[in-house]
Design a protein around this ligand. Structure first.
Ligand SMILES: Nc1ncnc2c1ncn2[C@@H]1O[C@H](COP(=O)(O)OP(=O)(O)O)[C@@H](O)[C@H]1O
Ligand SMILES: [Mg+2]
Length: 411
């Protein structure tokens, strides 16, 4: 019968649907034992629907088989879980082995791609890195197609110039990068990796201490400066002669003299008491005076070139000290308004003169705010004049005069 369809819906379940024209045949159909086979359920426009016992039992079987499948799946899963538990030790060992292989292969690949070398490790107090690099900064520069990374030496060994290096130099010169790259090289070497350098000789470090960055822990009720001091305290209390310490600009979070005093005393303690191999970066170039007194301390600085009233960072660590901090140069590079830069230069001059004399702050107050050193820029004057103009109130002749006037202001 071409017009017979078997369908399913939420109300009737499975049913047989035929057109009106065939419906009578099904209504009157009886089997050999004269039982009604098709039960009438619903009459629609042009279609009549019937159900049968056979369809009903099929529906039940379909529903049951879904349950059956779920049960089967659960059973298989339980079986697998039990098997996994039974072989837990072996599986764990496989996972361990794969993890070791994964890390080793990744490090090997990195060593080849990044031209790393095998470090020499012993139980001495040496720390001699030739042309070390910061793996992450180097990769970032490479990805940016920027200038290449400048490798730097570091030697804190007992027979070198000093085990405590005081690193000075302006912001952005590469101090933090230098500190971290040496700490990273120590970590890489001691975890069994090759290191990003031309050669590395490291006396095994008992602990690596680092105090870098300014992470606030406000949630715990501690200010940036408090965090900084807590971390510095931990280092000064625990570092030994076998430790490696990097201290990045401690004392930065408080007033200048406070900060300088703390950094100064911390450096002395590190030198006299802890005797650790250490890199100490600071923007307080006053501290270079310590290098003369502390025999195992040596001063290095990040090389910069002054060029056209601006500075170029060479990222090269060289012996010596920064003669000034270049903060205003860096501020200028960062785009501080020219008037602010000029004013800062004035204030700095007054402060520096005040170092010999007295009351520098009173003298700064005497400086005219918008003095001759900072005349109003020409373009700005034109802008101001334009703001005052009301075009609708001008005659053509007045407009022309204003135009001449604006032009004069630019000369
Ligand atoms: N050795 C280097 N070679 C090339 N670029 C470097 C080097 N060291 C630092 N830089 C660049 O200078 C930026 C600032 O360095 P950073 O170490 O933060 O300076 P500082 O701590 O002196 O303010 C880095 O993000 C990096 O782009
Ligand atoms: Mg820094």
């Amino acid at each position: 019968m071409a017009a017979l369809k078997i369908k399913h819906n939420g109300v009737l379940g499975y049913f047989i649907e035929v057109t009106q024209q065939h419906a009578d045949k099904l209504m009157t159909y009886r089997d050999e034992e004269s039982r009604e086979l098709f039960r009438h359920r619903q009459t629609m426009a042009g279609a009549v629907r019937f159900s049968t016992d056979e369809l009903a039992s099929l529906a039940t079987r379909i529903a049951q088989s879904a349950d059956g499948a779920l049960m089967l799946e659960r059973g298989l899963f339980d079986e697998m879980t039990a098997l996994a538990l039974e072989h837990a030790d072996a599986l764990g060992a496989i996972a361990d082995a794969l993890a070791v292989m994964d890390v080793s292969v990744a490090l090997a690949e990195l060593a080849v791609a990044g031209r790393y070398v095998r470090p020499t490790l012993d139980n001495g107090l040496g720390f001699k890195i030739a042309r070390g690099r910061h793996p992450v900064v180097e990769a970032a520069l490479l990805a940016d197609n920027a200038r290449g990374f400048v490798p730097n030496d570091c030697d804190l060994s007992p027979n070198a110039k000093g085990r405590l290096w005081l690193v000075t130099g302006p912001n952005m010169a590469g101090k933090s990068t230098f500190l971290r790259q040496n700490a990273l090289i120590a970590i890489l070497a001691q975890m069994g990796s090759f290191v990003p350098a031309d050669s590395a000789h490291i006396g095994i470090v008992d602990r690596l201490f680092s105090r870098v960055g300014a992470g606030d822990d406000l949630a715990a009720g501690r200010s940036t400066f408090m965090v900084e001091m807590v971390e510095t305290a931990a280092i000064l209390n625990q570092a030994t002669a076998k430790s490696l310490v990097i201290l990045d600009e401690i004392g930065r979070g408080t007033a200048t003299y406070d900060g300088l005093a703390i950094a100064w005393a911390a450096a002395e303690h590190l030198h006299e008491a802890n005797k650790s191999r250490a890199l100490f970066a600071t923007h307080y170039h006053e501290m270079v005076a310590l290098c003369e007194r502390l025999t195992a301390m040596t001063c290095v600085t990040m090389k910069v070139k002054e060029w056209n009233d601006s500075i170029v960072f060479l990222h090269e660590v060289t012996p010596g000290a920064a003669d000034r901090s270049y903060g205003i140069h860096v501020a200028k590079l960062a785009g501080l308004p020219p008037m602010v830069v000029a004013r800062a230069e004035e204030v700095l001059r007054a402060l520096e003169e005040g170092r010999e004399g007295h009351q520098p702050l009173a003298r700064i107050d005497d400086l005219p705010l918008f003095g001759a050193a900072a005349p109003m820029p020409k373009a700005h004057a034109v802008e101001e004049a334009l703001k005052a103009v009301e075009p609708d109130a001008l005659s053509p002749k007045q407009a022309l005069e204003i135009l001449y006037d604006l032009k004069r202001k630019l000369l």
